[in-house]
Design a protein around this ligand. Structure first.
Ligand code: GUN
Length: 280
């Protein structure tokens, strides 16, 4: 069965829209998200434009901050610091990757934890690992919401995650562990990868390698969640070989139309969360 990211993300976005109306009526304020984009990475330009459109549709004020590729680390740090201090900015997202000459950690440190739309600051990462209330990175939250919507058992499930990024693999490992899955976080140095993936009830592919996950790597009836977005000449493909896997899986997310839509919806949700943590 194909997991429909459009259906689930639309439900989240509808909820956000209602929440924005409530906020406007109760606080006479419009929740806002500032997105900082440094340079012109083509994929980032697409992501950022999708985020801007989604904000607009939901009634969230989007503040686009586009900075030149040649901006210094200090310039970016100062810009984020300014947004952090601005009362009219509820949430901040620094689009990654940043140009090579900028240390992302020095930039992310400037985001207050309650304006951290991406859940990437030390405070939020620590809270997630401690299973405390936190802002959770958007893509992992989207993966969990998809599984929940389709009533796919998480409690007690064996999950193999391919990819240990700070945006997906690592936070998803913590999130699913908190929800009682047994998680194996695999990466480029993992030995006997197939043995691990073949035992998994749920396999999450988040490595950025087109069609990497093949049918012979998963067990019959497994759930495959494809987080990859790879731009090839032939079009956009995920990290899983959809055509091979569709006949072997019980559930699979398509690319496009799966996790990508969820990331944007969860970002809107996180913006609302940030608003409320600043307006109690
Ligand atoms: N680059 C690709 N996906 C994301 C995301 O979800 N957040 C940020 N900040 N950068 C990204």
């Amino acid at each position: 069965m194909i997991i429909d990211g459009k259906v689930v993300s639309s439900l989240i976005k509808e909820n956000v829209k209602k929440e924005v109306e409530t906020i406007k009526a109760k606080y006479n304020k419009t929740p806002s998200l500032a997105v900082v984009l440094v340079g012109e990475n083509p994929a980032s330009l697409v992501y950022v434009s999708n985020k801007e459109k989604a904000c607009e549709k939901a009634g969230i004020k989007s503040i686009m901050v586009k900075m030149d590729e040649s901006s210094s680390e200090e310039e970016v740090v100062l810009k984020v610091r300014e947004l952090a201090q601005d009362e009219n900015v509820n949430a901040i997202l620094v689009q990654l990757p940043l140009p090579g000459h900028i240390n992302k950690d020095n930039v992310l440190k400037e985001i207050p934890f309650n304006k951290d739309a991406d859940g990437l600051t030390h405070e939020n990462v620590a809270r997630l690992s401690l299973n405390e209330e936190s802002i959770v990175p958007c893509t992992p939250m989207g993966v969990v919401d998809l599984l929940k919507y389709y009533n796919i058992p998480i409690d007690g499930a064996n999950v193999a995650i391919l990819g240990r990024s700070i945006l997906v693999g690592k936070p998803l490992q913590m999130l699913l562990t908190n929800l009682n899955s047994t998680v194996t976080l695999c990466h480029s140095k993992t030995k006997n990868l197939n043995e691990i993936t073949k035992k998994a009830d749920i396999v999450v592919a988040a490595i950025g390698s087109p069609k990497f996950l093949k049918a012979d790597m998963v067990k019959e009836g497994a759930v495959v969640v494809d987080v990859g977005i790879n731009r090839l000449e032939s079009g956009i493909v995920g990290d899983a070989d959809f055509d091979e896997l569709i006949n072997k899986c019980s559930y699979i997310t398509p690319v496009p139309g799966g996790c990508g839509l969820m990331t944007v919806a969860e970002l809107l949700n996180n913006t609302i969360k940030c608003f409320y943590s600043q307006n109690k």
